[in-house]
Design a protein around this ligand. Sequence first.
Ligand code: IMP
Length: 429
Amino acid sequence: MPATAVIGTQWGDEGKGKIVDLLAADADMIVRYHGGNNAGHTLVVAGEKTILNLVPAGVLHPGKICVMGPGMVVDPDVLIREIDALKTRGYLTDDRWLRVSEQAHVILPYHRSIDRARERMREAGAIGTTGRGIGPAYEDKMARTGIRFGDLFDEEGFREALARSLREKNDYLQALLGETPHEASDILELARGWRARLAPYVTDAGADVRAAIAAGKRVLLEGAQGMLLDVDHGTYPYVTSSNCVAGSASAGAGIPPQAIARVIGIAKTYTTRVGGGPFPTELDDALGERLRADGDEYGATTGRPRRCGWFDAVVVRQAIALSGVDGIAFTKLDVLTGMDPLRVCTAYEIDGRRVETPPATQRGWARATPVYTELPGWTEPLGAAKSLDDLPANARRYLEFLVRTVGAPMVILSIGAGREQTIRLGDVF
Ligand code: IMP
């Protein structure tokens, strides 16, 4: 049984957590394959809110195997806190349900220091990172100086690798960033605690995923962030440090590309972004404020207010093209109740030319202005709808317009945070 990947088609925060939690009911294994605790997946089950930063969103279904794949960067302290919080609430009662790849990279305290100090130095040009050390950890991975979870358990090898890395990092932190250096002894002490707590979970998780696929299990690949934050295809340099397109699921989970049979793209019915960088349909006015308030648009990880704007079909179309999206899950349609008229960006105008695909350069993004189509709104609350027929005619028209403009069928519609506030329109496995 091949795998299904779930990816974000905008700048993250599309509601992937809720959709993965929903689909996990029909899956055997849920795999996160990139990113780290820059992600924040909010789930509401029976009125109780859970925010997951690292553990896959399948964890609220007892018995499902949750895998943190080789492509992730993981802060061990955050993972331990998340495991403890889940256990306290009665989840993860069996340690065999969580697997952490030996190949996943460890976020160390100096990665966080570098991330935050660099952002301070950038001042107005800051990327607006989450400050969790994600970029510096991926840099070390690519520079081949990173430390992986498997390395933690080779105490002598870890000590040597840490000493080598610290020599370089401390020079950089002190001389260029004006920060205080880190002591090896402090990190070695922390690592003793990590080993003791995380040993039950650390394994060759990629092999587990391949075995599950070979055994015909249903595997769900859980993306983080969104296409526009992809390090190659997003609004570079205002992006995260990993690939967010579906292609990255293969390397990041340790499976061949043919194993991914379906890709579900998640799209909010308007647009948000956290941090700096281009956002052509941003609403810098009372309408934007209203979306933020009604949609509770504050970062699940950092609490930062999200920038809000109209739905941008140009970026979602690009996400569909880059990831081979088979079906879209549209989320948060309920938030648009009471806004009239609604606007949808169908193209950009750049230097007087109409373009239907996003620019590839910073210069292009800076010149892109949205071309809008206006649609009538509705006033009825949507949260109780059980089928598309229960929606007001203008809400259905709005959705039909989105589907036509982005060019992919709708397979799920989400009209509230609860599991039950979801309309399923097709099978995703
Ligand atoms: P980093 O991933 O912490 O390096 O942050 C780089 C950019 O990606 C910043 O603009 C962040 O706000 C954004 N970002 C990272 N993770 C997420 C996410 O899960 N949702 C939304 N934005 C994110």
